[in-house]
Design a protein around this ligand. Structure first.
Ligand SMILES: C[S@@+](CC[C@H](N)C(=O)[O-])C[C@H]1O[C@@H](n2cnc3c(N)ncnc32)[C@H](O)[C@@H]1O
Length: 234
């Protein structure tokens, strides 16, 4: 069991890709990880220290190369951004960009986001959680790998501040419908979109590389924003 009382998760929402590091990514991991990286630990992160004078803590899960994370952090210097990603080349790319842009308000964790949620983040610590274009795991037999599920909803119901938001986006309609159904059926969350659960893309979410690829293939894009309701009276 963990500090959030959820059992260790066995089925992963990713498969380790063997992607080679470019020399630039390797250098960034060696030189910049000590500056902007936070090692995974099975103890709570001292978020007060991390936050310093920042107003809000915002978490992006599955940052890919970090394009959205970098853009959001640039445009929102009052917030501290935490990015979680398992794919090492993506983390290397993002570290290089953080350093090049001189961004003081971004930190990265290179680990399974579910375990980060289970172990490292204190209850009621997150103002926003972003999940942009998560792997849809198209085949029915792989649906169990989808990151959005009851356990994900339960974890975020503990870790988000009341009034905090989960913002998801997908370019795969069936996955967008699935995510909408998951969240619409959960009375702890308030839908900020239309009756189907879809919202307009807010200006803070840039169009990502992954999204651009989907758009070229003729896919639509669906944003979903759900707010954690205030705690109920006992
Ligand atoms: C389809 S890509 C989208 C990347 C990026 N959000 C974008 O829009 O371009 C999904 C990403 O999520 C990462 N991922 C999947 N499951 C994860 C997990 N449990 N923890 C951390 N990263 C994860 C994958 O490694 C991959 O980079």
């Amino acid at each position: 069991m963990t500090n959030n009382n959820f059992p260790i998760r066995a089925i992963k929402s990713y498969v380790r890709r063997s992607g080679r590091l470019t020399p630039g990514q390797k250098k960034a991991l060696e030189q910049y990880w000590p500056l902007y990286g936070i090692d995974f630990q099975t103890a709570l992160l001292e978020t007060c220290k991390l936050m310093g004078e920042y107003d809000a803590l915002k978490l992006e899960i599955g940052i890919g190369n970090g394009d959205a994370l970098i853009s959001m952090a640039q445009n929102d210097p009052q917030s501290m951004y935490l990015g979680v990603e398992v794919h090492e080349p993506g983390v290397g790319r993002c570290l290089a960009d953080i350093h090049q842009q001189g961004l003081p308000n971004v930190r990265l964790i290179r680990h399974d986001a579910i375990e980060v949620l289970q172990h490292m983040l204190p209850p009621r610590s997150l103002d926003r959680v972003f999940l942009f274009f998560p792997d849809p795991w198209h085949k029915k037999r792989h649906h169990k790998r989808r990151i959005v599920n009851a356990r994900f909803r339960d974890l975020l119901a503990v870790l988000l501040k009341p009034g905090g938001c989960l913002h998801m986006a997908s370019d795969w309609q069936e996955y967008a419908e699935y995510m909408a159904a998951e969240l619409l059926s959960d009375s702890r969350y308030m839908n900020k979109g239309d009756t189907r659960g879809y919202a307009q893309r807010p200006d803070y979410r840039p169009v990502t590389r992954f999204e651009t690829r989907g758009l070229k293939l003729g896919h639509g894009v669906w944003d979903l924003i759900f707010e954690l309701k205030p705690d109920r009276e006992p």
